[in-house]
Design a protein around this ligand. Structure first.
Ligand code: XIL
Length: 457
């Protein structure tokens, strides 16, 4: 089924070459290798003998992080009309991760109303079991700095500006510790570096010691979040694999590592602000390989497609190509879109839904990949020997087991090392006189989930 879908991509590109076909095959092979693991179910009776059984394997969540930006002001103040209701419902249904579009930014965090809405939105998203990307501690773009920091910089009062950054990192980091799983400590250093440049005149922007101090301060404030640097134009590079912007980010991360700064990830924004910004699948892999060589995890943090040159179909084709490349790369841990609905997207062009909540072709491609192609759902699998051995996508499962008159649903978590589950089915219940609780927990049906390494000898 997946091969057919990918075949559709190639056909619609209309430029099918051997190299592209090879690339898709290689990507699918990596997906098979890195995004799946062995899932074994063994059904036996109390004496350990095989019991014929039928199972359903139902994936309820993906291990890979599928996220979106969420606008906390709209989330909290959008009211109860169709748009806000749909907005909240889609967030609940479609994503396992979220990033506040603006609610964690410095200016907003220092405005009481915005901050309270940020906190309340995160509460709601955490209650849905989502992981949260913190975005962003320091973005030296003047529009995103508090007024007093801009004033201090203009007045040449560098110490005051630097002190404000350190205090802010301590404050926002500790306030969100345990609530966010990662932080973009620094955003867009290549384009916006007014504070580091003022603090270190004449020092290359990639080697500003203040960058390392910011990462160290973030680690003190939040001991467990993965600390990222985030930037644009790295994958959305007009198909180039060797731009000065890519080099600058590479050098910045190299510098931070050389200083033992606690950097754990690189965020690749991936705003495709015109169709010309597109980078082919093979070149995406080349760029991802280069940044993965730095030994940190990678994540697409702000994907979208807007501006000139796009058609609905070319957006659908490209999101499929892009997602296939990044999902296939073992260093990539998540794919986040920068909003999902045109009504709450900074350029009015989100990947999934138009302003009237119609699913776009690019949204259909996203849905197909996230919920169909890259999940494992198998119904009615029969094993006359009670033994099932699959490769399934990593994530959370419910396994239905039907053996004789016994039907049970058991949760199972599938990690990279695989998971084996042995289900013991006893004699028919009618022959055992025990209270219901004991039947369920003790005698009637016992399961054990053990790691692959213990299961396989
Ligand atoms: C944008 C928001 O979407 C807008 O609402 C806001 O006015 C400006 O910032 N790169 C980033 C994001 O890292 O924080 C930006 O978000 C988009 C570009």
């Amino acid at each position: 089924m997946r091969r057919a879908a990918i075949g559709g991509v190639l056909m619609s590109l209309g430029l099918l070459s051997v190299a592209q076909a090879d690339w898709i095959d290689d990507a699918n092979a990596r997906i098979e290798q890195h995004r799946k693991a062995p899932l074994t179910v063994t059904v036996v009776d109390a004496a350990g003998n095989a019991v014929p059984a039928t199972i359903n394997v139902r994936q309820t969540a993906s291990a890979f992080r599928w996220g979106s930006a969420v606008n906390s002001n709209f989330y909290m103040t959008g009211g109860t009309g169709t748009n806000a209701t749909q907005y909240r419902a889609k967030i609940a249904q479609l994503f396992n991760q979220a990033t506040l579009e603006n609610g964690h930014k410095w200016r907003q965090w220092e405005m009481t109303g915005d901050r309270n809405r940020s906190i309340a939105t995160i509460d709601a998203l955490l209650a849905q079991g989502k992981t949260i990307r913190g975005h962003t501690m320091v973005w030296q773009r003047p529009e995103n700095l508090p007024d007093d920091v801009n004033v201090a910089l203009s007045a040449g009062n560098v110490t005051a500006a630097v002190d404000r950054t350190m205090n802010h990192i301590a404050a926002i980091g500790s306030a969100n510790a345990g609530r966010v799983s990662e932080w973009d400590v620094v955003n867009e250093q290549w384009a916006h570096n007014g504070i580091t440049s003022a603090a270190h005149p004449g020092v290359p922007i990639e080697q500003a010691p203040l960058l390392a101090q910011w990462f160290n301060a973030a680690r003190v404030a939040d001991p467990s979040a993965t600390l990222y640097i985030n930037d644009y134009g790295i994958l959305a590079s007009n198909n180039s694999t060797n731009t000065s912007h890519q080099q600058s980010l590479f050098d910045t991360v190299s510098y931070l590592k050389s200083q033992n700064a606690p950097i754990g990830g690189i965020g690749l924004q991936s705003h495709f602000g015109s169709a010309n910004a597109r980078t082919s699948g093979p070149n995406l892999i080349t760029i991802l390989d280069r940044f993965a060589s730095l030994g940190v995890e990678l994540q697409v943090t702000e994907f979208d497609m807007y501006g000139s040159g796009w058609t609905p179909q070319s957006q659908a084709d490209y999101i499929r190509e892009f997602m296939t490349a990044v999902f296939s790369h073992p260093a990539v841990v998540g794919f986040n879109i920068w909003g999902f609905w045109d009504g709450q997207h900074f350029a009015g062009s989100a990947p999934l839904f138009d302003a009237n909540w119609n699913l776009k072709p690019s949204g259909a491609a996203w849905m197909d990949l996230v919920f169909e192609q890259w999940r494992t759902n198998i119904y009615g699998l029969h094993g006359s020997d009670g033994a099932f051995d699959l490769r399934a996508f990593l994530g959370e499962y419910e396994i239905d087991i039907i053996a004789g008159d016994v039907t049970r649903t058991i949760p199972l978590s599938l990690g990279v090392n695989g998971t084996g589950m042995t289900v013991v089915v006893p004699e028919p219940a009618a022959t055992i006189a025990l209270p219901i609780g004991a039947l369920l927990l003790g005698r009637r049906f016992r399961t054990s989930a053990v790691s692959r390494s213990r299961q396989i000898r």
